[in-house]
Write a protein that binds this ligand. Structure first.
Ligand SMILES: *Cc1c(COP(=O)(O)O)cnc(C)c1O
Length: 225
């Protein structure tokens, strides 16, 4: 941990405090020692995007860490993850939602999840549209899902330096959040999270109502895949 990393971490924490948002430190590809260093500064929420990595780190690191699964989750990996994960950010299909529900119910858990939306201009296989999400929720009333608690939405803006476009995409995610909340979760205060904002765009996301930012390279440095 360099002094520069430490300073940046405390600066980001101050910004997030002011915005009443939570920091998910995205530790994917970085070693356990790097996670431990941020843990020692007080960070407890970390994000991983590969199931084996999350499992390995969870086994080796303090057990009060809250592990967030970000990105695409394959259905055949859900079972491995189910007793380790604090929040799954990437529910992007009905089949995945139902598999998480099934495995969590079998494990006697209720797992918090976010519905992931496709808000970017870029082509992507992943992420729901508003229409598809509404249909999924109609077909599977949230109160009947015994193993999952849908606590909000997640999305990624286009990778661009056009701030106006990024802002509009974040506005769209907030609009989707409000719409789904009013239709399905008006009586359930736990539906409150908007996970948006990464290293390059988290200040914009905070302006647009993010409650959770997922910051990786700004904290840990560049990733070597
Ligand atoms: C890698 C990743 C991040 C963090 O990206 P940075 O640009 O390094 O901050 C955030 N969200 C998701 C879904 C990711 O895959």
């Amino acid at each position: 941990m360099t002094d520069q990393q430490r300073d940046r971490y405390s600066l980001i924490c101050q910004e997030l405090d002011k915005a009443k948002a939570k920091l998910i430190a995205v530790s994917k590809t970085h070693p356990k020692e790097a996670v431990q260093a941020f843990y020692d500064l007080g960070q407890r929420d970390f994000g991983e995007n590969r199931v084996p990595d999350l499992i390995e780190k969870a086994a080796a690191l303090p057990n009060d860490i809250r592990w967030h699964f970000i990105g695409h989750l394959q259905r055949n990996k859900v079972k491995l993850l189910i007793d380790k994960v604090h929040l799954i950010h990437g529910i992007d299909s009905e089949r995945l939602l139902l598999e998480v529900n099934r495995q969590a119910t079998n494990a006697g858990r209720v797992v918090d999840v976010l519905l992931q939306f496709h808000i970017a201009k870029e082509e992507s296989k992943y992420g729901l549209t508003n229409e598809v999400a509404m249909q999924i929720l109609k077909d599977n009333p949230p109160a009947a899902l015994t193993g999952v608690r849908i606590v909000g939405v997640m999305g990624m803006a286009t990778f661009t330096d056009n701030d106006e476009q990024i802002g509009l995409e974040f506005d769209r995610l907030r609009f989707i959040f409000n719409h789904i909340k009013s239709e399905f979760f008006s009586e359930t205060p736990h539906f409150k999270e908007i996970s948006m904002g990464m290293s390059g765009d988290y200040p914009l996301a905070l302006e647009r109502g993010s409650t959770m930012v997922r910051v990786g390279s700004l904290l840990f440095g560049h990733r070597n895949y």
